[in-house]
Design a protein around this ligand. Sequence first.
Ligand code: DOR
Length: 302
Amino acid sequence: VLAVKLNRLSLANPILVASGTFGYAKEMTAFVDFKKLGGIIPKTVTPQPRAGNPPPRTVETASGMLNSIGLDNDGFDQFMAEKLPYLADLGSSVIVNIAAKTNDEFRRMADVLNAAEGVAAVELNISCPNVSGGVDFGTNPELAASVVETVCSAGPLPVIAKLTPNVTSVIPIAQAVADAGADAVSLINTFQGMAIDWKKRKPILGNVLGGLSGPAIKPLALRIVWQVAQAVKIPIIGVGGIQCLNDVMEFLVAGATAVQVGTANFYNPGLSSELVSQLAEVVQQEGVSNISELVGTLRTDA
Ligand code: DOR
């Protein structure tokens, strides 16, 4: 009743945890029943280890969290050797999130992932607002299409493109990655913002700018999910400020086939697996045989 399909990617249910908010899962063991989740998306990995941005890297504002982590990670080889074997054993689908600066780098990681055991799909982070070049692929339809084509040609693994809201319209980018063969789009990465200590005349974040996440961006994410669902034929994974079951249902009726829980993992780490149980009840109450029957059912007529 909860199984969903996003082109080539089949998931046990539509509740995923968003990259960067769940570490590499180990740190969540005490709080989450991993087997219940539709999928786990670990922190972005890059070809080489990265130290990330100068501190402070996160700040709470009155309207959400700002982060400028800067893709801190131990690199792809270390991930494959030490993180993936553990993740692959948790009983959930593992969607590996990758970022790189060139098509060749994306291709090399995609080749290895296609040959590996225990990977359900690849999510392309072409939308990080916090590193130079982080959104180059994600703000230009031709570049976005080229990286999706490159990764698709590496093998049969399903490909998800995670897109940025920091553009005038997400629709041309979503259309380009759909045409290039992406199985789904994740909407949205964080919204670029800043926090200021005016008395010091200084930005609070070491990197000056950061990405805003949490409930503050939910209306923005819903708007983008709905607009893309109207305009482009591609399955959508909704992400942005999900804190409870009603939030999940709003994304689904707006047109998302699945969702990612992000910032809430930091303050309510048990939420994601609880949502799966609650979703099963909704299916019963709404009298549908599969949750996907509710996707895109929003009516905008009078
Ligand atoms: O907000 C974000 N922060 N989005 C990303 O894609 C990466 C992350 C970071 O590492 O800065």
